[in-house]
Design a protein around this ligand. Structure first.
Ligand SMILES: [Zn+2]
Length: 593
């Protein structure tokens, strides 16, 4: 309602619907209101709940006219009588709009209560429209409650909020609550097209579709976005529009996801360059991709006809294509990458590196899906020669990652690596970005048993539930002693951080989270820089002796599937190069455990 103070009439206001027929995408709410108005049973207090820009205030203003129109009171106010006109112009003193975001104190509500006590001056009913009402202070709510408990007959309250859960039950229970939903992209597109038509502008349908998809169900956001480009809209094609707004845009974010699902690292990098060069903020870019993946995830989990989000027409079709082209596990892994990258990128000077790294890794997750096929077609793969390894991208700002890498390459080079006797575990680098989708290289056939890397899941959970610990964990170097034992090494830590990571409480939290994620009991050992002066026993020390016992144990632990790695010389190494997985040998000690 703030825009009312501007003399310039913004588009959203200029084309604000003036009757219920024009309100977009809220059929249930409108049907209910129409019925109440027709029967003259409108309650004295309404609560409109829903996200921003979905028509709450607009509807409230129509209701103000509906109850005051002198000619056709009811669901279709005339729009031409003195009452309708004054309300449309915003000059009716009996219609009071209050933005609780800036007037949230008890004084304002007391003044309002006083006002409510007087009969309306010109209109039949006094209408109070309280926007963002969840912003009221407790005292303000109490004052409001007093009016709502015994409302004068000439008063109508319309409360609007984006956060209905913050409204006290006492207040809520005295209102009829009407949930406004996010508006479908198709509806928004139609509305934008209608505006262009009224403005005499021929805008590209693609641009309108992009604006609609980007607004995520907020009509006002879509209208504002259209307004910004309206003077240029005639000449604007999709590419020009994207450059202009400095966003990747949902359709291109979807293309990027498709590229990654296809395992096309090269194309993914080209996208990243294009995005950065057109002025898209890297973090924003990650966020846009994440949003697309979120929708795909919802489609995976909730089914293709999911109503958990509003997406219609070609946009929904596109999302469905991505869903069919992916597995839930892949989407999950990609999202984990993005969540971590978005968190990390804030602290980087050169954000582009992390964007590129993340996209490359996403693309490689995409190709993991086909690992089973890769194995089945092993001789073919073999004849194609060495696969170019991309494992040399070093995690930005992460010294420990390269540490882990060098430790890994030491064992990678050992001749026993490709042999099935080697048990390997993926050990994500410090950024926690790598191993999400990387399979346990030594045992590719078991890939299907694991949805994502348990450690990444653990770090992510920590970042949500215990942020400080999560930040520390994401910088840890991993050393899997065995399936059931993980050693966490931390570099130099502040005293307070060291106390946190070494505390029993943290340790048991990590063990429990990791065990949950891994689906098996995992014990951890925490080593901090001060305590780890003595270099840990070489990771490959046990390699020679571990062969037999490791083999036996592995055989007992997991079935090998159809393909015997023995028959696939060099494949283990190839897969390892492909997926940049670091090996840590099983030690005798672990094998006995
Ligand atoms: Zn009227």
């Amino acid at each position: 309602m703030n825009e009312g103070k501007n003399s310039y009439k913004v588009l959203a206001r200029r084309f604000r619907p003036t009757d219920f027929d024009d309100v977009v995408g809220q059929p249930e709410v409108l049907a209910s209101l129409r019925t109440s108005l027709e029967q003259g049973r409108l309650p004295h207090a309404l609560l409109f709940a829903g996200s921003r820009g979905v028509g709450k205030t607009t509807t409230a203003r129509i209701i103000a006219r509906a109850v005051n129109c002198e000619v056709t009171p009811g669901p279709s106010p005339c729009g031409t009588c003195a009452a309708c006109k004054s309300i449309l112009e915003g000059s009716a003193s009996d219609v009071v709009e209050l933005d609780a975001a800036s007037n949230n104190g008890v004084e304002e509500v007391r003044a309002l209560r006083e006002q409510a006590g007087y009969a309306p001056i010109r209109l039949r009913k006094k209408v109070f429209i309280l926007d963002e009402v969840h912003m009221f202070s407790r005292a303000a709510f109490n004052a409001l409650l007093k009016i709502l408990e015994e409302p004068p007959a000439h008063v109508l309250f319309v409360l609007a909020t984006t956060e209905a859960h913050k409204i006290p039950d006492t207040v809520r229970s005295r209102c009829q609550v009407l949930p406004f939903r996010r508006i479908g992209a198709g509806d928004i597109e139609g509305r934008l097209a209608a505006i262009c038509e009224r403005e005499g502008v021929q805008a590209s349908a693609e641009v309108l579709a992009e604006i609609a998809a980007a607004s995520m169900g907020g009509l006002r956001d879509a209208e504002t976005a259209l307004e910004r480009v309206l003077p240029l809209a005639q000449e604007l094609d999709l590419a020009a529009y994207r450059r202009l707004v400095g966003r990747l845009g949902p359709t291109r974010a979807a293309e990027l996801v498709a590229t990654c699902l296809a395992g096309d690292t090269k194309a993914a990098l080209h996208y990243s360059r294009e995005a950065v060069e057109t002025g898209v903020d890297e973090r924003e870019c990650l966020g846009e991709i994440l949003e697309v993946l979120r929708l795909v995830l919802l489609l995976h989990v909730d089914g293709e006809d999911s109503m958990l989000f509003e997406a219609t027409g070609s946009w929904r079709e596109r999302l469905l294509e991505l869903t069919r082209a992916s597995s839930l596990e892949t989407i999950d892994a990609m999202m984990q990458l993005l969540v971590l990258a978005r968190d990390r990128i804030r602290h980087l000077d050169d954000r582009r590196i992390l964007l590129e790294l993340t996209l490359v890794r996403m693309a490689r997750i995409g190709s993991v899906q086909t690992l089973g096929e890769l194995l089945a077609a092993a001789p073919l793969v073999e004849s194609e020669g060495r696969v170019e390894s991309e494992g040399h991208v070093v995690s930005a700002g992460s010294a420990t990652a390269s540490h882990a890498r060098s430790a890994a390459s030491a064992t990678t080079n050992s001749p026993s690596t490709a042999s099935p006797s080697t048990t390997s575990q993926p050990s994500p680098p410090a950024m926690g970005l790598s191993a999400t989708g990387s399979p346990s290289t030594g045992s590719p056939p078991t890939r299907g048993n694991r949805s994502a890397d348990p450690w990444v899941a653990t770090v992510e959970r920590a970042l949500t539930e215990r942020e400080r610990l999560g930040n520390l964990l994401s910088a840890a170097t991993l050393d899997w002693k065995s399936d059931a034992e993980l050693r966490l090494e931390f570099g130099a830590l502040k005293t307070i951080d060291r106390a946190l990571v070494t505390s029993e409480k943290s340790k048991s939290w990590i063990e429990s989270a990791l065990s949950d994620a891994a689906g098996r009991r995992v014990a951890i050992e925490v080593v901090t820089a001060a305590a780890s002066k003595s270099k840990k026993p070489s990771a490959s020390a046990g390699a020679t002796g571990a062969g037999a016992s490791g083999d036996a144990q592995q055989g007992a632990r997991r079935p090998r599937g159809n393909v015997d790695p023995d028959e696939l010389p060099g494949l283990g190494r190839k897969a390892m190069e492909l997926f940049d997985v670091r090996h840590v040998e099983r030690t005798d000690e672990a094998a006995d455990a």
